[in-house]
Design a protein around this ligand. Sequence first.
Ligand code: PEP
Ligand code: MG
Length: 869
Amino acid sequence: MKYIYFFGARKAQGSGEMKDLLGGKGAGLAEMTRIGLPVPAGFTITTVACDYYFKHDRKHPRELAGQVAANLKRLERVTGKKLGDAKDPLLVSVRSGSARSMPGMMETILNLGLNSRSVTGLARTTGNERFAYDAYRRFVQMYSTVVIGLAKDELEAKLRAMKERLKVKDDTKVPAEAWKQLVSEYKEHFRSKTGRDFPEDPQEQLWDAIGAVFESWMAEKAVTYRRVEKITGLLGTAVSVVQMVFGNTGENSGTGVCFTRDPSTGEKTFYGDFLINAQGEDVVAGIRTPMHLKELQRRMPEIYEQLESARRLLETHYRDMQDMEFTVEDGKLYMLQTRGGKRTPAATFKMAVDMVSERLISKEEALMRVKPEDIERLFYPVIDASLPRTDLNKRRLATGISAVPGAAVGKAVFTAHEAEEWAQGGQKVILVRRETSPEDVGGMFVAQGILTATGGKTSHAAVVARGWGKCCVVGCEQLDIDYAEKRLRANGRVVRQGDWITLDGSEGAVYEGEVALIMPELPPAYTTLMKWADAVRRLGVRTNADTPQDARKAREMGAEGIGLCRTEHMFFKDFEQPERSHERQLAIQEMIVAESGDARRKALEKLLPFQRRDFVGLFKAMDGCPVTIRLIDPPLHEFVPHDRAQQEEVARKIGVDAKVVIRRVEQLREANPMLGHRGCRLAITYPEILEMQVRAIIEAARVADQIIKKAGVKLEYSVGTMIELPRAALLADQIAEVAEFFSFGTNDLTQTVMGLSRDDAGRFLPDYVDEKKAGIFPADPFQTLDLPGVGMMIKWAIDRGRKTKPKLKIGICGEHAGDAASVKFCHQVGMDYVSPSPFGVPIARLAAAQAVIEERAAGRSKAKGKRKK
Ligand code: PEP
Ligand code: MG
């Protein structure tokens, strides 16, 4: 088994297509080497080796040792240097990288190969002792924290103390002697904590580093990131061992991160950060605030030119926006990484549409590039532009760098851990940190927005937040943050933990208090792309809506009808005349309390005009599009109060004895009401409720029909059924004899097929999904259809139903109708439409188009396979 792929001297064993095996980083390095970019030499250990490591009790595959030795030899040959050499040592970085980008979640170790002998060699060959010992202390620090797991804070405290002693601020101003001294202190610390000496043997260092990179795959922060990003099915991380190049050898060196287009707006401009005289992670870690590429162009025009041509080459090569890392060592450019760059949702749409007009990609590719989350995140709020600027300015606390646009309001919280706790308790929080690190990812995810005092647009906070489309302001240096006191000072004011603040991610502004937010206008590229999706998809997209407002909203979002109107929702509130809500509530309570059929009918007569008006509103809003109305479904006890005082009040209002109400509530009590007296079971006991509803619908339709006639539409109606129980699915052929359509209620079908209560399972389902615990389900089955079980039941019911009635119309109206993977399944099994909630409509439109594109691609590869045979 080949576990290692070499790259260097313009040749690479791997390629850009081997992301699953080499990780994004390894594949990128191999591909850049192939296309002639200046990449330091190295080799990549595959993700298969990582998978083996975890499956075999943390042991490496037998062949690995030999393969590492052979590749190291080759690297020494190519570079003309030897690992651990006292004269001219080879130094390497050991980097992680999985198939999907996980910014900062896993570890990198730099300057490996340094020991007390080779450091003198490095000092001699570079003629820079200060640099050599700085490199050594960085290595000792990284090894101690990443490989051994010693606390970073303690080492950083020693560094800070040393700088204070010397009265210097900048690392580059620390003299060689002081670095030497710090290395000794670090080593002493290492000995006191581990009981052994810091390893001198570079082989030992290398193998420990490889193990540490593998281990970082299962580190809590990485596991959390995969969970929140729903990344599943990967083998693990690859390990790239790469010859070191140094950005910290002096003013003619530096390190940077850049994007081929602006990841915030999608504009085709070169975008990035650069730090002079800095190494490795300094840019992303956000410790110093870096300079813009324009400044690099001024200071190092030749390097900028080379970088610009690498930008052009990589973007046309990958046909996508790239995120690149580079280092300049003594005036020479090296490319260290390229990968598909994270971008805001608005930028995703703009780039996809622009690249089609630039003929870089096809419309189909553009459609495949947009993720459901990109759509969701387009609907994030912004600050209401009509608010007076002067008022806003008075509340301004500080201004930083706009990292991710949109706005957010929440309570300031200073630790990620507390952010998670507060959010769990239902509070809206803004996470405020000096800088974020991957450990903060859980808190960042639940926060409405993220604010940091340091860092640039490519800092950890910015990159992670951008991936989520989450409002983020970084580099807000006016903030004086005190973690111990949990407060910040800015502009003469103090914000304590729990105080409200507002972020404007588009301007980089921070305001005191809650500022009003509104929804933004959709970018033009969104409309263009969604039109393309509609032209491709075959599946219809309706929506679940119970009010004219929702229906109108859903129409704006592209719904072609209503797939489910839950009529019982109309009983709680009058959306057209809210002041009359209590009248309809009382009418339904009177109907429920009624002890005879006649009394019930009398109450229902009162409800009829309300329902009729509701339906007229709905039909008008839908303007001739189909509307599926579900007759009353929930258990009746939901409409009557359960505490004594309220029961007495209802009795008084209806004009019956309180005992009647109390007795009735008692009669309606059910241990598991969601599986109880609801749905068509109510129709068997109380047919008169349904009679009233049907009358309201038909009468409303007649009224609406006159309006709709103008549009030339004929009133048609059909009667179908929800399929929500396994028995109904199993006997679908019989049901289809009388039903004109099926609508799968997959919320209930999931709970009944899986035997999981939709109300209670939320408490333990996360354990089923958590890859560190059980990892039984790839996703929550109430969000994404369980294809093996519930999916099979649906397929069976469709086949059976259509055997009886080949043209049987079939849709889905459970929550799954707004989940991309589930929508694709609905397409595959031949449903006619899906019906999600209004915000799910564009997701369903896109997923339905992607399903067609995937089907075409599968057809093409099948045909190709046949031709080959
Ligand atoms: C369902 O069960 O999927 C459904 C749409 O009905 P409800 O959510 O109202 O029970
Ligand atoms: Mg249901």
